[in-house]
Design a protein around this ligand. Structure first.
Ligand code: PEP
Ligand code: MG
Length: 755
């Protein structure tokens, strides 16, 4: 390296000695800047640290005026130092004064220095400060010098991260590493959780930054890369999925990067400057992350993510750390933080200790979100760079209903959420006390409350809630969280387990409702322009009878000697129902012929969730054994408003005349035909929705398990006659447009009903 005394390795060795000295943080920093300046033959070396308020404070300098230390504080959009911080990129100038961003602070005396080299102090891709060297004369710093300064900045990043600087920080202006953060992402699973961060893929903390023997480090790096490649080959050969539950394409991308010469070259270059192999990986990873955070092209971001994951794997290879944190060491009140996660990985954690989940990716329909809801874990998705900004052990609050996440929250926020949790727990205790009480309204009307379920983890909810059974078992969830099509034996064993858990209480299985937003990763179909209206649910089932037949067979066998209730989703025409029912009958005949034990009784029903059925109810009712209203879909189709699109989903209220008239019609037709009818959409899971539904005449509702207590408490206090007397005339002649919610709320308030 030209111009440097002894080169970067000598500098690193000296830095290591300084780091080990038992001196104060300020003394250490002061020594560090002297060392760097001398080594790089620079007249100035300064360290700026990013503070919680987003400004940069001069923490140490050699060359600038000493009085400016801890006095000079700059905004991130100020001067060249600000630019290095905000762009997270080095700036190397022989004539700094001519740069448009150049500005100077008179108290530092820096106006006499012409050349400038500034590098960001990065940790996991986040800027923590800026390290600068300056010279009076115009001078071009070489690429090697720039590289060396970046390596040195890594050592400083460790020092900032260690918290050592807190001792010399002004209160309220501490280094940003301790910053309180608040994010709003997408609400994945309701609930409030207070706890501490557990990184799903814990970052390896590099303890040994500076190499003793470079050749040894090259050898370690080469061996780790070779092992990484071999492991990926084996996984691909065996057709395994990656640890996070990702699929083949991700592994293919990993393998491609693992052979990328550019990546390997950068790793070797970093080690060349005097770092250990693991510190070299961290150095390159930090740059990758910084680029990733600033990339706007989604494809590029995705690839940088893959590269970052690969860096993590290589790091674990080098330090021999297992992929997953040891389950038994999971702290109480763990809040899991991950970039993305497969459902199986989430199920691996100890449910009793897990409180919340924060993901960088993951929308409400993601499989992990489904599992989080089933487990009752508060979850928020789409929190950018969560794994880079959250440190293991940080205090964190997850508000899964609002999609809010607070990291290192201030005491007032923490106590406000603490109160909400206490209130929620008190309510839950009240609801638990109602568990064994029959659900009979104040005026003596029994209402059957069932739960919606779909996974094994849902089954304990039957007993927890005291539900009358399962009103909707979404069989597609097993398919959605699997990485390959579940075999018939796997389906059979799940259905058996469900019936065993129900212990004689009725269970209504819905046949596969896939397509639309419920995508099976292993079943690739043509993309459709309108998936919600496309080839989905029963349409797909009837066109692919093999799939549906094996499912029906598994259901019939699971229910041998018991009752089986099965219903079909998205029926749009009576003929579709007849066709599906015929398939069930054929399977029954088949099993009978092969002398299998059969269910004692089989009931076959239709879901009412497509508006065309509203005009075929007379015919339909005579064909079915029961009806179940899927209000989520029915309302979406009645109003032509996508249930998953935030911009339109709340535009129309289900508690409005057109929807309630449709429900009324369904109840009337079912009663006339003597067929039972249930409603299993989300509307039943809100006390105000349940109030309207029971007032209309529904006597069986199927709910999200966590909602059962509140709905039951409301129903026990409800006078259905009074509610019906209010609602019936309003449906025909609503007072304000088509809305009815306001009147229902007023009624509940007057009656003292908890909504
Ligand atoms: C519905 O549409 O209301 C329903 C219960 O089914 P899903 O939410 O699974 O589409
Ligand atoms: Mg539906």
């Amino acid at each position: 390296m030209r111009g440097a005394l002894g080169g970067p390795r000598v500098l690193l060795r000296r830095l290591r000695e300084v780091m080990a000295e038992p001196v104060s943080a300020q003394d250490r920093l002061d020594k560090v800047v002297v060392l760097i300046a001398a080594n790089m033959v620079a007249e100035v070396c300064s360290v700026y640290v990013l503070r919680v308020d987003g400004t940069l404070e001069l923490y140490a300098t050699e060359g600038l005026k000493r009085e400016a230390v801890h006095q000079t504080v700059m905004r991130q959009d100020e001067g060249l130092v600000g630019l290095v911080a905000s762009e997270a990129n080095p700036i190397n100038l022989s004539d700094a004064h001519s740069h448009p961003a150049f500005s100077y602070r008179p108290e530092t005396g820096e106006e006499i220095y012409q050349s400038f080299l500034g590098v960001p102090i990065l940790r996991t891709g986040n800027t923590r400060g800026v390290l600068v060297v300056q010279n009076r004369a115009r001078r071009t710093y070489s690429d090697e010098e720039e590289e060396a300064l970046q390596t040195t900045a890594m050592v400083l990043a460790e020092m900032v991260a260690s918290g050592e600087l807190l001792a010399i920080a002004k209160p309220g202006a501490e280094p940003a590493i301790r910053r309180q953060l608040h994010f709003t992402g997408s609400a994945l699973a309701d609930g409030i959780a207070l706890g501490h961060v557990v990184l799903h893929e814990p970052r390896v903390v590099v303890k040994n930054v500076i190499a003793d023997d470079i050749q040894k480090e090259f050898k370690r790096l080469d061996e780790a890369v070779a092992k990484l490649r071999a492991d990926l080959d084996v996984m691909l050969e065996r057709g395994e999925v990656a640890d996070g539950g990702e699929h083949r394409e991700v592994l293919e991308a990993y393998r491609m990067f693992a052979h990328d010469q550019g990546w390997l070259h950068r790793l070797r270059e970093a080690v060349m400057t005097g770092l250990t192999a693991e510190a070299g990986v961290e150095r390159v990873q930090s740059d990758t992350r910084a680029r990733m955070l600033r990339a706007t092209d989604p494809y590029l971001r995705e690839r940088l993510h893959d590269l970052d994951d690969l860096g993590n794997r290589l790091m674990r290879q080098l330090v021999g750390q297992d992929h997953a944190p040891p389950r038994e060491q999971l702290p109480d009140n763990a809040i899991l933080v991950a970039r993305s996660m497969g459902p199986a990985a989430l199920l691996d954690y100890d449910r009793r200790k897990l409180r919340g989940l924060v993901l960088e990716e993951g929308g409400p329909t993601s499989h992990v979100a489904i599992v989080a809801r089933a487990l009752g874990i508060a979850a928020v998705g789409e929190i950018e760079n969560a794994t880079g900004l959250f440190e293991s052990g940080d205090a964190v609050i997850v508000d899964g209903g609002a999609g809010d996440v607070h990291v290192r929250p201030p005491p007032d926020i923490e106590s406000a959420y603490g109160e909400r949790v206490k209130l929620g727990a008190k309510r839950q205790a009240q609801y638990r006390a109602l568990r064994d009480k029959p659900c009979i309204t104040k005026d003596g009307v029994p209402v059957d409350l069932m739960i919606n379920a779909g996974l094994l983890v849902d089954l304990p909810h039957i007993a927890d809630t005291g539900a009358g059974g399962i009103g909707l078992f979404r069989t597609e969830l097993q398919f959605m969280i699997a990485t390959a099509m579940p075999r018939i034996s796997e389906q059979l064993s799940l259905y058996r387990a469900v019936l065993d858990a129900a212990d004689g209480k009725p269970v209504t299985f819905r046949t596969l409702d896939i397509g639309g937003d419920k995508v099976l990763p292993y079943m690739r179909e043509e993309p459709e322009e309108n998936p919600a209206l496309g080839w989905r649910a029963i349409r797909l089932g009837l066109d692919r009878p093999g799939l549906m037949r094996s499912q029906v067979r598994a259901l019939l066998q699971a229910a041998a000697g018991r009752e089986l209730k099965v219903m079909f989703p998205m029926i749009a025409a009576v003929s579709e129902f007849d066709e599906a029912k015929l398939l069930v009958e054929r399977e029954l005949t088949h099993l009978r012929r092969h002398r299998h034990k059969l269910p004692d009784r089989v009931e076959v029903g239709a879901m009412v969730e497509v508006p065309s059925l509203l005009f075929q109810l007379d015919e339909l009712v005579s064909h079915v054994d029961f009806l179940s209203v899927g209000s989520n879909d029915l309302v979406q189709f009645l109003y032509a408003a996508d249930r998953g699109n935030k911009r339109v989903a709340d535009r129309f209220d289900p508690l409005s005349a057109p929807v309630l008239r449709a429900f009324q019609n369904i109840i009337d037709k079912a009663q006339a035909g003597g067929k039972p009818v249930t409603l299993c959409g989300e509307l039943a899971s809100k006390p105000i929705g349940a109030l309207a539904l029971v007032a209309l005449g529904f006597r069986c509702l199927s709910l999200t398990p966590s909602a059962l207590g509140a709905v039951k408490a409301m129903l026990l206090d409800l006078d259905t006659q009074k509610a019906a007397a209010l609602l019936r005339p309003l449906i025909d002649h609503p007072k304000k447009g088509v809305a009815i919610r306001g009147e229902l709320e007023a009624f509940a308030a007057a009656e003292g009903l908890q909504l």
